[in-house]
Design a protein around this ligand. Structure first.
Ligand code: GRG
Length: 306
């Protein structure tokens, strides 16, 4: 499907730039503060992890979802930063020698290469309560009722746990060297990557006080676009360069991982990612959640080169 089918381009770029700027300013401030609060070797290592520049796709999706239901406060950046911090913890741990054993992330040495394995391991764990604090502070800033904070926390940490990211990663590690069926692969991808992306969309909706129908549409959008994101990641791992990706390319083949590319081939995997992106946008249209920005981000997610 051509990129233009999603009104991609400027709208997605604008939201990604805004997300990147607001998240990095906010997390930079927290990094400065936490570095001193924590001290020891973990302080600078935690600041290093918080300051690594990511694409901030989850933050952009969250901002898009928030605005699609009428949210307007700049305080939403704190909620997006909480999601990005859970994501950062997962990257720090994913890169460890006991997991994917990578040296490069976001174009910089991985946390355990810049520091050491015990420090990076502790930093990963330390980032989880930082995410909880960010969320609580943001909910206060947004003047949200306690029930909204409770729902956001439940959604975020359930997505980060055994029913989502941890569970998916677990299955992924167990499956190394084994060929997964497509349903098994979908469970891995929806868990390790999709769950947090879906949570970003849902948290945006909750923070914007979406009604039940809009929240259902954002959840379905997040489900489809989360899976599409990981399929696009599989394609990029097979087709991109390490310079483009900011991490070593071709690791899935080296680690004998089951991926969409292994199961469907590059073109088959691309087609499935596009199909899911279209389906994601259709959920929004059907429920009357108008968001050109979310549509544009869906296009970006399946057409990206990094
Ligand atoms: C204890 C089994 C166990 C797990 C711990 C480590 C972990 C939890 C989960 C790993 C989840 C993970 C890293 C999934 C891959 C997600 C993914 C596609 C990451 C890349 O996301 P991008 O491209 O990265 O958005 P940037 O750098 O742009 O933020």
């Amino acid at each position: 499907m051509p990129e233009t089918a999603f009104k991609a381009g400027a709208l997605a770029t604008d939201l990604l730039v805004e997300a990147r700027e607001s998240i990095e300013t906010l997390l930079g401030g927290w990094a400065e503060h936490l570095q001193h609060e924590i001290g020891g070797p973990e302080g600078p290592a935690l600041a290093y992890a918080l300051r690594t520049p990511g694409k901030r796709v989850r933050a952009a999706l969250l901002l898009g979802a928030y605005r699609s239901v009428g949210g307007r406060s700049p305080g939403i950046a704190g909620v997006a930063a909480a999601v990005e911090t859970v994501h950062t913890y997962s990257l720090v741990h994913d890169d460890l020698p006991c997991m994917d054993d990578d040296d490069l992330r976001r174009g910089r040495p991985t946390a355990h290469r810049a520091f050491d394995v015990p420090t990076a391991t502790r930093v990963g764990f330390l980032l989880v309560p930082v995410a909880a604090r960010l969320l609580a502070v943001a909910a206060r800033e947004l003047d949200l009722p306690a029930t909204a904070l409770g729902r956001m926390a439940a959604e975020l940490f359930q997505a980060g746990g055994i029913e989502g990211m941890v569970g998916g990663q677990w299955l992924d590690l167990e499956a190394e060297g084994r060929t997964l069926t497509l349903p098994e692969l979908i469970a891995v991808h929806r868990g390790k990557t999709g769950a947090l992306i879906r949570a970003a969309c849902v948290l945006g909706g909750i923070a914007g006080q979406a009604d039940a129908a809009a929240l259902k549409a954002l959840t379905a959008f997040g489900d489809d676009i989360g899976l599409a994101f990981q399929i696009a990641d599989d394609v990029l791992d097979a087709t991109g360069t390490s310079e483009e990706l900011g991490k070593p390319a071709g690791r899935d083949a080296e680690l004998a991982k089951s991926t969409y590319v292994a199961v469907l081939g590059i073109e088959g995997a691309r087609a499935e990612a596009y199909r899911l992106a279209q389906s994601a946008v259709a959920h929004l249209h059907r429920s009357g959640v108008g968001s050109d920005s979310l549509g544009a981000l869906a296009g970006y997610i399946v057409n990206r080169t990094s």
